[in-house]
Design a protein around this ligand. Structure first.
Ligand code: ZN
Ligand code: ZN
Length: 243
């Protein structure tokens, strides 16, 4: 499988970029994990919008779902232009019914995932874990049967990330704060906490994403290196992992 970072900012996208969105591909199947602000525009540098087979959403904060609405419009318009009738499945949790309902539109269908069960989509199997965040949010462990990675989505540090992530090949962690800052109250992690999860769960590679809009984000990597000996990369648009 191959992962491409489409958007990596927390909260809002800085000029020319996007908030949380990751393109997941294998054997011609393509899926988006989250669809934040700016994602639809940036995605098109890598993939035709109509070539997306599914979207899976971690939670309903705007920096993870802002472009779902325009994604729905793009499918509506392209279906009309191409005289097709394709329907895009958008998977989300149903603990927030109002937001879940919005996933269904003319050319998209909202599908509720049961976070206690494995979700099978295309070649991928996804398991979920509820995170610690102001709204219901689910981390995902994704495998294609060969490799696996964990996407923390948004969360403050919780020990259960370690057993959930144990033995994965990659951790994509939200990293909203620097080491000397405590994100617990607002439901986010700092660089040391990301490194702690990667180290304790024996994960060989770490991508720090969901960046803050202050400080020098390269410092996030330097700080994490003090607690984790594996390979650390700072998320950026177009960064790919896998084969
Ligand atoms: Zn977020
Ligand atoms: Zn959030």
């Amino acid at each position: 499988m191959r992962i491409t970072v489409i958007g990596f900012w927390g909260a809002y996208p800085e000029q020319g970029s996007a908030t949380s969105c990751y393109l997941l591909e294998k054997d011609g199947y393509s899926c988006l994990l989250d669809c934040g602000s700016g994602a639809l525009s940036r995605l098109q540098s890598y993939k035709d919008v109509m070539d997306i087979d599914a979207v899976v959403l971690s939670h309903y904060h705007n920096d993870h779902i802002a472009d779902v609405g325009v994604l729905q419009y793009s499918w509506l318009v392209q279906n009309s232009i191409q005289n097709t009738n394709k329907v895009l499945p958008i998977y989300g949790h149903s603990e927030d019914e109002e937001n879940f309902k919005k996933l269904t539109h003319n050319s998209t269908k909202g599908i509720s995932y049961d976070p206690t069960r494995v979700l099978e989509i295309g070649p991928f199997r996804i398991t979920f874990m509820k995170t610690k965040h102001p709204v219901p949010c689910f981390a995902m462990r994704v495998t294609d049967g060969e490799k696996s990675f964990v996407y923390t989505a948004d969360s403050s540090y919780i020990d259960s990330f370690i057993s959930f992530s144990e033995g994965a090949d990659l951790l994509i962690s939200e990293c909203s704060f620097y080491e000397n800052q405590d994100g617990t109250k607002v439901g986010h992690m700092n660089s040391k906490e990301c490194a702690d999860i990667a180290r304790k769960a024996n994960i060989p590679e770490l991508i720090l994403s969901h960046h803050p809009h202050f400080g020098n984000t390269q410092d996030l990597v330097r700080e994490a290196q003090n607690y984790y000996a594996g390979n650390i990369q700072l998320a950026r648009e177009g960064l790919t992992w896998g084969f």
